[in-house]
Design a protein around this ligand. Sequence first.
Ligand code: SF4
Length: 311
Amino acid sequence: MSFVYGPVPSRRLGLSLGINIIPAKTCTLDCVYCQCGLTTRKTATRESFFPVADILTAVRNSQPATRNSPLAFLTFSGDGEPTLNKDIGRIIRGLKREFSIPVAVITNSTLISDPQVRRDIMPADLVVPSLDAADQRTFARVDRCHRSIKVEDIIEGLKLFRRSYRGKMWLEIMLVKGINDSVEHVVALRKAVHQIQPDRVQLNTVVRPPAEKFARPMSHDDLVQIQYLFGPNTDIAAQGKSQITNHKSQIRGNADELILATVHGRPVTRQDLADALGVAPRALTAALRGLVRAKRIKPVDYSGKTFYEPA
Ligand code: SF4
């Protein structure tokens, strides 16, 4: 789990600051669609992984965080579950004290039934929790949860959090073809979402190379039908549309380092990188070629697109 700085607080985009608050692939889940590979440490026990002061110093020293864009978020995102860090509340409060950048937390919601977790993430400006299943059987199939985690507790926790949380809540649902996309299940999900009452719902599917080859994407037409079923305030996040329209032709700073930091831990397309770095895609061509030649990143074809991941 690392910090991402960028205009779009989604699971997919942003410029990674390369600052971890939990060790890589430490998670309560082992989702079949995970873009960061298989979970190496599945746990539901919260810990202090790194000194809070070191994390705040690292953010302070990172170049992008010092830019003060009204669009930008500092986002807890990446390859693991951030609420496993029991210091996350102190980290969020420290960030908010020091930077005038909104803070977003992307969480898999699995610990939200814990009142302390709810208190910890309450100061964030935006929380993007996920809910991929409405019943335990489907939850176990799609997210391969830690044995102690029950989906009904997650739904109750999300309802309680929503009641007292004053920031924005965008609920993300990852749909995997043949696993959690049946009509009955989607209707059950809609019922749960109706009870939770998030500000927005983001429908997503497997658009990047997944942990398991059998995790297949939904078609755009299917997503549109499900969007219609969910009703207003439902977006299809899988399209990954950039909110940046004014792309520059030059990268500010060291292009190789910025690309490597962003590629680290999750496969990204050239367009994703361009969105994250705020440049035109063509501005990245030479740097990407050089990094592939130097065997620092490698191209991977998936679903008709070329992704880059660490070599
Ligand atoms: S997708 Fe997120 S919640 Fe699921 S295994 Fe990967 S890091 Fe954990």
